[in-house]
Design a protein around this ligand. Structure first.
Ligand code: PRP
Length: 205
């Protein structure tokens, strides 16, 4: 049995689509159930940011999660494969009519990704005051809570509609298949078997 943690939403649907394709029968969660058991697999539906935790603690053998979340949580897992889905960018953004002044002492950055933000600015020796928020990050510069934001951009619409521009791209992200270190050794044959089948489909895209 292999347990796979999936992030709720479109990525879970796309990954279950891959399994449906590989095994030729329907893999889908029923109503609001959070566990799906089928054939030799058990899928768990979890919050995106929680996927690395389920995998690190071996509540799941495998997981699917964005590179942005992996970089933010810095948990020790095996990165198996870039699934080339769920593509997005982590960017530094600010108001369209303002130029970010990196020399300003303690520029204020609002973000839900404080670790990525800290790493980015410390590499440039820029002193920042990182303001951790949980959502609607784009609002912060509009009400002078922050000078700039570090946030996810997918279509770019949210930033555009709130008069923000991208100043720099910090990270190009997509969803990765990850494994627990111990599971990877204990279930290596089964995991590599699955890996090969998924890799074949990802390459075809
Ligand atoms: C993310 C992100 C942006 C938005 C970007 O937020 O933080 O706000 O999506 O998407 P776009 O470039 O396609 O407009 P999410 O929808 O996850 O909500 P949240 O702000 O509550 O985290």
């Amino acid at each position: 049995m292999i347990t796979v943690a999936l992030p709720k939403g479109r990525i879970a649907d796309e990954v279950l689509g891959l399994f449906t394709n590989i095994f030729g029968s329907d893999f889908a969660f029923v109503n609001r159930q959070l566990i799906l058991q089928k054939d030799n697999f058990r899928f768990l539906l979890v919050r995106n940011q929680d996927v690395p935790i389920y995998v690190a603690y071996q509540a799941a053998d495998l997981g699917v999660v964005g590179l942005d979340v992996l970089e933010e949580t810095k948990i020790d897992i095996v990165r198996l494969l870039d699934l080339k889905i769920g593509k997005c960018k982590v960017v530094l953004g600010s108001k369209v009519d303002e130029t970010l002044d990196y020399n300003k002492p303690q520029i204020k950055i609002a973000t839900k990704m404080p670790n990525i933000t800290r790493d980015f600015f410390s590499k440039r020796a820029v002193a920042t005051d990182i303001i951790k928020l949980y959502g609607s990050i784009e609002l912060a510069p509009l009400v002078n809570l922050a000078d700039a934001i570090v946030d996810i951009v997918e279509t770019g619409n949210t930033m555009k509609e709130n008069n923000l521009k991208i100043d720099e791209i910090i990270l190009e992200s997509s969803a990765y298949l990850i494994a627990n270190n111990n599971s990877f050794y204990a279930k290596k044959v089964d995991i590599l078997n699955l890996y090969n089948k998924i890799e074949h489909l990802v390459k075809e895209k």
